[in-house]
Design a protein around this ligand. Structure first.
Ligand code: DX5
Length: 239
């Protein structure tokens, strides 16, 4: 088996969305997620225009940064991310996820993220084809395939995204691209990821799995939820 980064199997990562968290205690919530064993924390940044919801500015994230050591990633669901990229890096986000649909010059925006010292990633909504990212794979460390129409937590998983995930994995592997950092390209999914759906997404080729509502619904707590989701995803990825 080839040992190039591009061909190496990607490790499973469990990533919480903080949308369901207690917004009155976000710093403590980040600490609790880290204690629960998450691999990173996703901030769903929404501007009320790109998606019909409004959430976190950079100052909120900066206030939470000292409460956890895990990587922060900003999922930028905003109409014009370019002017605010620096503010989210300065707030402590190590990865910025730019929606392909939100910029005119995606290649330039992703290059800017790298110039700012952050890991670039690109997201595509359910109706956006994977061809939208085929010419920027060398500029990203991750591609996020949305498995809901973005804007709110608790929506139903769109299972018809699974062939799209598999096609994207094949596109990445066939490109031979090792991504922006040279260590390969992850596929993340976000939206409706639960004990019932994570297996399908992982089997299709996603290795970074974002869960919000379902993770917070685990009666036995966050640590149990993280472990259960990880176990299910790892089993499915090996099947
Ligand atoms: C877009 C958001 C949500 C959130 C996770 O709407 O990005 O997908 O992260 O939502 P759930 O609750 O479905 O895991």
């Amino acid at each position: 088996m080839s040992t190039t980064p591009a061909a190496r199997p990607r490790p499973i990562e469990i990533v919480p969305s903080v949308l369901p968290a207690d917004f009155a205690r976000l710093g403590d919530e980040c600490a609790a997620l880290e204690t629960a064993g998450v691999d990173r924390i996703q901030w769903d940044v929404m501007d009320g225009v790109f998606v019909p919801n409004l959430t976190f500015g950079p100052d909120v994230i900066a206030a939470c940064r000292p409460h956890a050591k895990v990587m922060f990633e900003a999922h930028l669901m905003v109409v014009d991310p370019d002017p605010m990229l620096g503010a989210y890096v300065d707030a402590g986000c190590e990865m910025l996820i730019v929606h392909a649909e939100s910029v005119t010059h995606l290649h330039r925006s992703l290059n800017r993220v790298a110039e700012l010292g952050a890991k670039p990633a690109v997201a595509i909504n359910p109706s956006t084809p994977i061809d939208a990212v085929s010419h920027v794979l060398d500029l990203v460390d991750m591609v996020l395939v949305m498995t809901v129409n973005p804007g709110f937590g608790g929506q139903a998983y769109i299972a018809t995204m699974e062939p799209k995930i598999a096609a994207l994995r094949q596109l990445i592997d066939q490109s031979g691209s090792a991504g922006a950092s040279g260590s390969g390209i992850d596929i993340e999914v976000d939206g409706g990821i639960s004990a019932d759906t994570i297996g399908g997404a992982a089997a299709a080729g996603a290795n970074v799995l974002v869960s919000g509502s379902a993770l917070y619904r685990y009666a036995d707590g966050l640590a149990h939820g993280v472990a259960d989701l990880r176990c299910r995803a790892e089993a499915a990825s090996r099947a």
